[in-house]
Design a protein around this ligand. Structure first.
Ligand code: SF4
Length: 309
């Protein structure tokens, strides 16, 4: 069955960590408390800490309900997308709706709002919470994540640790490493030391694979990432790269591909794997979207990426 034109759901998209994950987007494009130099969504136009109902919660829940009844085939239901999901004042209501469903829920968060008790309580409703940590002090936080001016690294770490203490689900940690910025062995050791206090169930090392917000955000070579895995406890897994574990066909059309490209730029292989489609069919849809001027193609990192205009 074809997906109707959902406004707040996208995918399922393939992900190395979450296999096939249905994305749930709770914020307008690039609504975030950070402006990470590696962000694949581009620069944050205006950083915010304002929590409000950026999109109507009831409509999001209706879409999820409809999707569960008419499709329901994904490995994870993931709050992620165009910005920081915990900025949505009711993200806990969405997670509460996902409780006791057959598909586990995931919250992807930059962790900066876990300083707030309400946010910690709501986040604890997720089966998996994946937080990011790519800095070790205020200075490195400012180079790598360019936070909202009211955010202090120490308070953010304190919020993360408080969340860990009260959360009995799975906590995964993503460490995003960049050549020349935060990937020297001594710096990674400092991040690993903070990570040990946090006691994550898994650690993922990531680096640039899609066009980043800034050209100076340069990928760490795979051999270097591999050598850094054992610095972490538990030893880190490499998340960078692209992998689709399953290729169950998902009926896609121009609207579903456009929805995917609105969230992130993709190579043709990403779309092929996300929807289990033949490359010729993907080319047909991309050709039509290019003709209608709804997407553009960019040559970056020696590959062609498609993005919504
Ligand atoms: S990577 Fe995530 S946390 Fe960083 S600016 Fe982009 S959306 Fe925000």
């Amino acid at each position: 069955m074809k997906h109707p034109a959902f406004r707040y759901l996208f995918g399922p998209v393939p992900s190395r960590r979450f296999r096939r994950s249905l994305g749930i987007d709770l914020t307008p494009h690039k609504t975030c408390s950070l402006d990470c130099v590696f962000c694949q969504l581009g620069r944050t136009p205006q950083k915010t800490l304002e929590r409000k109902a950026y999109v109507p919660t009831a409509d999001v829940i209706d879409e999820i309900d409809h999707w569960l009844q008419t499709d329901g085939d994904a490995d994870y239901l993931t709050l992620s997308g165009s910005g920081e999901p915990t900025l949505h004042a009711d993200f806990g209501r969405v997670l509460a709706f996902l409780r006791d469903r057959p598909i586990p829920s995931v919250l992807l968060t930059n962790g900066t709002l876990l300083t707030l008790p309400d946010v910690r309580e709501a986040a604890a409703l997720a089966d998996v919470v994946k937080v990011s940590l790519s800095a070790w002090d205020q200075k490195s936080f400012e180079w790598v994540n360019r936070p909202h001016r009211m955010l202090a690294f120490e308070s953010v770490m304190d919020g993360l640790n408080q969340f860990r203490d009260g959360f009995d689900g799975r906590l995964w940690l993503e460490v995003f490493l960049l050549s020349g910025l935060n990937a020297m062995a001594r710096d990674v050791e400092k991040i690993a030391s903070l990570s040990r206090e946090l006691k994550p169930d898994r650690v993922h090392l990531n680096t640039v694979v899609r066009p980043p917000a800034e050209d100076f955000a340069v990928a760490v070579p795979m051999t270097q990432l591999e050598a850094l895995c054992d610095v972490f406890d538990p030893p880190a897994q490499i998340a960078a790269g692209f992998n689709s574990q399953r290729s169950t066909a998902i009926q896609a059309n121009e609207a579903t591909i456009l929805a995917m490209l609105r969230r992130r730029p993709c190579k043709i292989e990403h779309i092929e794997a996300a929807f289990g489609m033949h490359i010729n069919e993907v080319s047909k849809y991309l050709g039509a979207l290019l003709k209608k001027d709804q997407i553009r193609s960019d040559w970056k990192n020696q590959a062609v990426y498609y993005a919504a205009k």
